[in-house]
Design a protein around this ligand. Structure first.
Ligand SMILES: NC(=O)C1=CN([C@@H]2O[C@H](COP(=O)(O)OP(=O)(O)OC[C@H]3O[C@@H](n4cnc5c(N)ncnc54)[C@H](O)[C@@H]3O)[C@@H](O)[C@H]2O)C=CC1
Ligand SMILES: CC(=O)C(=O)O
Length: 348
């Protein structure tokens, strides 16, 4: 099955031969088909569709290809979005089980596979989603050999490593959504404590997306004022204000939302949209995303984890050399060890 919206193809589908249309339109130029901002999303579940909705409504792209193995769901999602076209900006939305529709994508998002059940650890999904990736990645590269691959499926850090291995792409073109989401949750919770907008709470969570994530308390700041300069114990066990509870809440966030509604979607959709926007617009903005961290913070294993990265049209342009305290460095090292142990168990 391959369906597509005809908005951008009126000269190709034969309609231009109709007398009424010839009377209405005096053709001057072929319409542009390759808009240079095409994004493919594989997996039209909760994460995939929340991402697509954010991309379209924020105007980050108007050219989207959707792929899944469930043809009916694909067609339903495509039609539902197409019916919203009058409220968007000339959106071209294609959907199909055939990867040919993904041709010439700038970015391919992978949000396919299984998700956690209530109380389940992300790492538990690994082998099932490795099998899913093995089917998807070669097909994406066949049609978009120059694309950047952006992984959301869990456990996202190890699956970013797996995608890099399967794809043979340079490291800067294989990116995981990583702790951009955890950092967003952290900034939201800080904003609630401080009564300051999350956009003005500057804080990073690095390391593994999820259970062993590392809050960089030493650099949390508002307008350059480091909270640690105001409270030298902030985020530590010894802190009688118990700020470390904020990070514990971040770690629990996904488990709590999954318990309440069955899945998480809106926040990851917005997080992926921010990352995609940074790449498509060559923003050179800094985001905590999953990248190869070998050689950083004393890590020797070839593992992928989140560190603050500069993102632009070529993917990861730089990794920020963030000063960490000894404790923070040990925590990132612990994340890396866990990733190496999990990677060693994967059957390719
Ligand atoms: N990185 C992050 O921060 C987050 C990651 N996730 C992860 O994203 C993934 C997707 O989650 P949901 O959208 O909630 O799941 P979902 O079950 O709603 O959707 C998954 C979709 O993948 C499709 N699919 C499965 N195998 C496929 C294949 N081989 N080819 C094409 N499509 C295939 C299914 O048909 C389904 O439509 C999960 O692994 C989940 O853990 C979820 C939330 C946040
Ligand atoms: C499910 C997941 O990884 C999250 O919402 O953080």
């Amino acid at each position: 099955m391959a369906e597509n919206n005809s908005n951008n193809h009126s000269n190709e589908n034969g309609n231009s031969k109709m007398a009424t249309i010839r009377k209405l339109l005096q053709a001057r130029q072929e319409k542009v088909v390759d808009t240079g901002n095409k994004v493919t999303v594989v997996g039209v579940g909760q994460v995939g569709m929340a991402t697509v909705f954010s991309l379209l409504t924020q105007g980050v792209t108007n050219n989207i290809a959707l792929v899944d193995m469930n043809a009916d769901k694909l067609k339903g999602e495509m039609m539902d979005l197409q019916h919203g076209s009058a409220f968007l900006c000339n959106a071209n939305i294609q959907a199909g089980t055939d990867y040919a529709i993904t041709e010439n994508s700038q970015i391919c998002v992978i949000a396919a596979g299984v998700r956690q059940q209530e109380g389940e650890d992300r790492r538990n999904l690994v082998q099932r989603n490795v099998e899913v990736l093995k089917g998807i990645v070669p097909k994406l590269l066949k049609y978009s050999p120059n694309a950047i691959l952006l992984i959301a499926s869990n456990p996202v850090d190890v699956l970013t490593y797996v995608t890099w291995k399967i794809s043979g792409l340079p490291k800067h073109r294989v990116i995981g959504s990583g702790t951009n989401l955890d950092s967003g949750r952290f900034r939201y919770l800080l904003s609630q404590k401080l009564s300051i907008a999350p956009t003005s709470c500057h804080a990073y969570i690095i390391g593994e997306h999820g259970d062993s994530s590392v809050p960089v308390w030493s650099s949390v700041n508002i307008a350059g004022v480091r909270l640690r300069d105001l409270n030298e114990d902030i985020g530590l066990e010894s802190d009688d204000e118990n700020w470390k509870e904020t990070h514990a809440q971040v770690v629990q966030s996904a488990y709590e939302v999954i318990k309440l509604k069955g899945y998480t979607s809106w926040a990851i959709g917005l997080s992926l949209t921010q990352i995609i926007k940074a790449i498509l617009t060559n923003a050179t903005s800094v985001h905590a995303v999953t990248t190869c961290v070998q050689g950083e913070h004393g890590i020797t294993d070839e593992v992928f984890l989140s560190l603050p990265c500069v993102l632009g049209r070529n993917g990861v342009l730089d990794v920020i050399r963030q000063p960490l305290t000894d404790t923070e460095r040990q925590q990132v090292f612990h994340s890396a060890t866990l990733m190496a142990e999990l990677q060693a168990k994967i059957k390719f």
